[in-house]
Design a protein around this ligand. Structure first.
Ligand code: ATP
Length: 619
């Protein structure tokens, strides 16, 4: 469990590790300015003492004794001007460093989220919580205040230390008594701060995440349709309120717990100040301390408050440190390879069809007891078109994700393109998934992401879009390739489900044009009707003769023209053959196919070709 102690050296190391990026010169200047702004106030106290000491002689002896007054006055003005200038520069540099800190944090988090070759670590709930906490901190502007907070805390403590040293000149015990009282008060505040930050960044973050999710359901576009259709509005709003209060409850409880100890600290302050200021008064009345010294010591006694609580800067610094520690924790939890895995088979270096071989592959999802794939073996010769079918939850998508290197098998081996692991062969594999991304970016990027090198090659992108059946789309879009595919942006447009699928397919075809030799379509066509999906798959098989293709679909009629069909059941390949041979075998495939054909026929949805084929199969 994370704590939010300001004195935690590991967090300071993490903070300075992130700040290193800002450059030594800037950090050096920042430290020098902190020293100046922190120590000049003590100089001001001492110089005012000098001034007060010189004034009586000047008044008594006339112009001849004025020089010490003028010197002290000049020193005082010099100190005050230097303090104002240094404070101003420190503030500006603090903002520059805060931006550098924010950038370093973003980069560190991006390195973690983008640096892992597979997606399994990101599915770890603990990692999701850490990432959410970083996002929350961002929303609360923790980055922006970080360096102001750091300089605020450091300069205040230096002022307090200066006052402590000055007060030693009165009585050795005086600064100790005041320092102890302030220290106690500070501990109380730190304790409360630590609790607050810890609650906010741990249990509170988890509860806030739940509340935030409910809020996005209520206000976000993705769930807007279902929320209205199912009338979820009345359910969501109170649930969001409850979840939000639930998160705040933790913070309020932690604050209440600190009340008694806060009262004790206030009492300690009152007693210590009474002691020291009382002793100073007695000493002055006995003539042991002159007016000038009285002025200096009284100022110093008051300035020891800077050894105590600091309010907002301390709170912000605690959060910045907790955040830096959190990022360090994230890095430790999600180890990112020192060197990003380089593609040993860049598309430029290899081309053509890809062969795939899976030997005894076993894979179990995190948190699951039973493996999803267990002893799955499959050999796909280069250039073959293979359909993977199976019942819901059989593991078809899991197999595809393993093939794409998004997960590592627990046992067994996957060899792609002449013995490479899927990760090494990235760039040679293109895939479009069921939940493909609808980037709210221009059409060019939506297609060009398939192969970044082709991003500016209009002819290649146009070819990919045309092959995907989206040729007409380009002519209809107002700004052509530069049209943003989201209404949330000026001049943007919204596509239909079917149009999005064509854009996603074009992305995969752009990858093929750029050198991918294995093309996987994991049900990206689910929103199309049977006839459109069948036509598209057939067109697709035609267009991708030069690559190996894997199609996943629930509609068996759509994939029956693939060279080969495998049925996944019980975590392994249960049936393997052509449509005709599998129908003849009368196994699981034949049963699923007949069931679907009957359903289409009874619902009057039958595509004639499907019905014909079905009749042929039964003949
Ligand atoms: P469908 O036809 O419904 O798309 P599928 O054959 O593609 O199903 P998979 O998506 O591979 O099946 O899922 C296989 C099993 O693994 C299911 O029981 C599913 O709940 C589980 N599963 C899938 N993804 C995850 C995940 N990220 N974490 C844990 N379990 C998962």
């Amino acid at each position: 469990m994370a704590t939010a102690r300001i004195g935690d050296p590991a967090r300071w190391r993490a903070l300075f590790g992130l700040l290193r990026q800002a450059g030594r010169a800037r950090l050096g200047a920042f430290a020098a300015l902190i020293l100046l702004v922190g120590l000049l106030p003590t100089a001001v106290i001492l110089v005012t003492g000098r001034l007060a000491a010189a004034i009586p002689a000047a008044v008594a002896s006339g112009p001849a004794a004025r020089q010490p007054v003028m010197v002290a006055l000049a020193a005082l003005i010099g100190c005050l001007v230097a303090l104002a200038l240094a404070s101003n520069t420190l503030g500006q540099l603090g903002r520059v460093l805060s931006d550098a800190f924010a950038l370093a944090l973003h980069q560190a988090v991006a390195r973690v989220t983008l640096g892992t070759p597979d997606v399994a670590p990101l599915e770890d709930p603990a990692v999701a919580d850490e990432l959410q906490a970083v996002q929350d901190a961002e929303r609360r502007n923790v980055f922006r205040n970080a360096m102001d907070a750091l300089s605020g805390v450091a300069t205040t403590r230096l002022r307090g230390a200066g006052a402590f040293v000055v007060l030693l000149g009165f009585r050795w015990w005086a600064p100790l008594v005041l320092g102890l009282a302030w220290h106690l008060t500070n501990r109380v505040y730190l304790h409360a701060t630590a609790n607050g930050v810890t609650v906010q960044m741990t249990d509170g973050a988890v509860r806030l995440r739940r509340a935030e999710y409910l809020r996005t359901l209520a206000v976000g576009a993705p769930a807007a349709k279902e929320v209205r259709v199912f009338g979820l509005g009345g359910w969501l709003v109170p649930r969001y309120g409850d979840a939000w209060l639930d998160a705040l409850e933790l913070l309020w409880t932690s604050r209440k717990a600190n009340r008694a100890i806060t009262a004790a600290a206030a009492l300690a302050l009152a007693v210590s100040h009474g002691l020291v200021l009382g002793a100073l008064g007695v000493a002055a009345s006995r003539g042991e301390v002159g007016v000038a010294a009285l002025l200096v010591f009284a100022q110093a006694a008051i300035a020891t408050a800077d050894l105590g609580l600091l309010g907002d800067p301390q709170w912000h610094l605690a959060q910045a440190l907790a955040l830096a520690g959190r990022v360090a924790g994230l890095r430790a939890r999600v180890p990112v390879p020192e060197k990003p895995e380089t593609r040993s088979t860049p598309a430029e270096a290899r081309s053509g069809k890809v062969a795939v071989r899976l030997d005894g592959v076993r894979f179990t999802y995190r948190g699951r007891e039973r493996p999803t794939l267990d002893g799955l073996s499959l050999e796909i010769p280069a250039g073959q078109s293979l359909a993977i079918v199976g019942e819901n939850g059989a593991g078809k998508s899991t197999l595809i994700k393993l093939l794409c290197g998004l997960y590592e098998p627990d046992a067994g081996r996957i060899a792609v393109d002449g013995g490479l692991s899927p990760r090494q062969a990235r760039g040679r594999i293109a895939a479009i998934f069921q939940d493909f991304v609808r980037y709210p970016l221009p059409l060019r990027e939506n297609v060009g992401f398939g192969r970044l090198a082709l991003m500016d090659d209009d002819a290649a992108l146009e070819g990919a879009l045309r092959d995907a059946g989206g040729g007409a789309l380009l002519t209809r879009l107002e700004h052509g390739w530069d049209t943003v595919l989201s209404r949330e942006f000026e001049g943007g447009t919204e596509l239909s489900g079917g149009q999005w699928q064509r854009v996603a397919l074009a992305r995969a075809l752009a990858a093929v044009r750029g050198g991918a030799g294995l093309l996987v379509l994991d049900e990206p066509t689910a929103a199309l009707d049977v006839r459109a999906e069948t036509e598209l798959f057939e067109r697709f098989l035609e267009l991708t003769r030069d690559v190996t293709t894997i199609l996943v679909s629930h509609r068996l009629s759509s994939v029956r023209h693939a060279d080969r069909i495998v049925v996944i059941d019980g975590g392994r390949v249960a049936e393997d053959g052509t449509h005709e041979s599998l129908m003849r075998a009368g196994g699981l495939y034949a049963r699923m196919y007949s069931l679907q054909a009957e359903r289409f026929a009874s619902e009057g949805m039958a595509d004639e070709s499907v019905a014909d084929e079905e009749a042929e199969a039964h003949a």
